[in-house]
Design a protein around this ligand. Structure first.
Ligand code: TRP
Length: 472
């Protein structure tokens, strides 16, 4: 007989853990850059509308499904569908997706740890050369850092939901908020900082086109940890007396606020570095920004605060990103752990070791796909371009499959589980929810236009990534 299901100890604990999951590298870097390039305040507005009107209902659906079934995603779909073969597919997708995203994200996190260590060792000048990145990702240290990161994450997971995941979130998230604010305050006092703020905030509605709208939507969906099985799993650890609607709102607000605040750090830093810069030329990729561009900016701070000050600033920044990445990784690896425990009756430790062993092998395959091993470096050719193993994992699982998973959750909750049952679960712990505008909206939108939008995004990404052209 399995032990009683673990639960989060408090509502705040859940909110911080779920926000820890949602806040990641994308919030801190990709979001501010995307916003600045795509209409500033206008993008922010579109993004916020998507978060609250499209993504929030999906989050509620995932949490409700998890809490109702008290199971991992595979078990949740099976139980609620009464064992339907068709509906086992999204369950398996909600297992494989987080598993593979974790592999790819682990490698990026390892690089961040590497950059943090180098900044602390006084090697910011090296990091700022740009050429360092290529050397570093192909150096043996990557494997050492990989072990360190995996020990940290799996160490937290071994302690369980309340003493591991929740406690880590309660320590790390406030730390993240403080570091972020401290960096923002410092940067805003620099010369030309306000130029960056202007670029970031002044709305330019002429930039809003279908492509920008689809980008904002994909970014919002991805940022909130949706379609990854995480919210289903975390929902299963929620207590019945906690309100799903209001907790989801708190998570969405926190995630959005962190992303917004990160813009007040990134843009002013860029404009302090170069007031003439054309933001359209900034790299779209988070990795390009973090490892190639930002170190140059940090290094340049030495003219006003000295080399030591600049290194300290860089170290705090990399630590901030590391914390954001670790809390996301913890949440995403908990999904396969929960599945092995629920579906295979494994105990927590054994599940963690099993997953860590496979992930270690796959993460090494990703890590060597930048030149160290040719077979992984030239793994496939897609739409005429060479793709490494790392690229392929990112493309399939990080970029493409999430909206499909989201679409399946919506359809499942509304048409298989049924609206009335879903509503009942949302009212559990929130008796005032029944009959509100929000309840009617969530119920209606999840069965109609939200799955449609997710379908469009899925098809568009598929066409764009795998066939090289976009419909939008
Ligand atoms: N918000 C994350 C980011 O900005 C994306 C994300 C959400 C994520 N949940 C995750 C990444 C879990 C890894 C694991 O990067």
């Amino acid at each position: 007989m399995a032990a009683a299901r673990e639960h989060f100890g408090s509502r705040l604990g859940f909110i911080l853990a779920a926000a820890g999951s949602a806040v990641g590298i994308g919030n801190l870097v990709a979001f501010p850059v995307a916003a600045t390039k795509s209409g500033g305040g206008a993008f922010l507005l579109v993004y916020a509308l998507f978060v609250f009107f499209i993504c929030l209902p999906v989050m509620m659906a995932e949490l409700a499904l998890g809490r109702k079934s008290d199971k991992d995603p595979v078990g949740a779909y099976r139980q609620v569908s009464g064992g339907s073969r068709f509906w086992s597919l999204p369950g398996w997708l909600a297992l494989v997706t987080p598993f593979m995203i974790a592999v790819f994200y682990l490698v990026v996190t390892v690089w961040i740890l590497g950059y943090l260590v180098e900044a602390l060792r006084g090697n910011l000048d090296q990091l700022a050369t740009g050429a360092y990145f290529g050397q570093f990702i192909n150096s043996p240290m990557v494997f050492v850092y990989l072990i360190v990161v995996m020990l940290g994450i799996n160490g937290i997971l071994t302690l369980g939901v309340k003493d591991g995941i929740e406690r880590a979130a309660k320590t790390l998230m406030p730390m993240l908020f403080v570091m972020l604010l401290a960096l923002v305050i410092f940067v805003l006092t620099r010369e030309n900082a306000m130029l960056g703020v202007k670029y970031y905030l002044i709305p330019d509605f002429s930039k809003i086109n279908p492509e920008v709208i689809s980008k904002a939507m994909a970014q919002a969906f991805f940022s909130l940890s949706l379609g990854m099985g995480i919210m289903i799993t975390y929902g299963s650890y929620m207590k019945k007396q906690d309100s799903i609607p209001s907790s989801s709102r708190a998570v969405a607000i926190t995630d959005t606020l962190v992303a917004f605040t990160a813009g007040l750090l990134i843009l002013p830093s860029i404009f302090h570095f170069n007031p003439q810069i054309n933001p359209a030329e900034l790299s779209d990729s988070s990795a390009g920004m973090i490892f190639l561009f930002l170190p140059k900016i940090f290094y340049a701070l030495q003219s006003s605060i000295g080399y030591f000050g600049a290194s300290a600033f860089a170290a705090v920044f990399f630590f901030l990103v590391l914390v954001a990445a670790l809390t996301s990784l913890v949440s995403i690896i908990e999904v396969p752990v929960a599945t092995l425990r629920d579906e295979r009756n494994m105990d927590r430790k054994k599940a963690i070791y099993t997953i860590a062993a496979v992930q270690l092998v796959l993460a090494i395959c990703c890590a060597v796909s930048f030149g160290l091993v040719q077979w992984f470096t030239e793994f496939a050719t897609i739409a005429g371009e060479n793709k490494s193993f790392f690229d392929l994992v990112e493309m399939i699982f990080y970029d493409t499959i999430l909206p499909l998973n989201g679409l399946l959750v919506c359809l499942f909750v509304i048409y298989k589980w049924k609206r009335a049952n879903f509503d009942r679960e949302l009212q559990e712990g929130d008796s005032g929810f029944a009959g509100t505008f929000s309840q009617k909206y969530v119920n209606f939108s999840l069965g109609t236009f939200i799955p449609l939008i997710l379908l469009l995004i899925f098809i568009n990404t598929l066409a764009l990534k795998f066939f090289g052209h976009s419909f939008i």
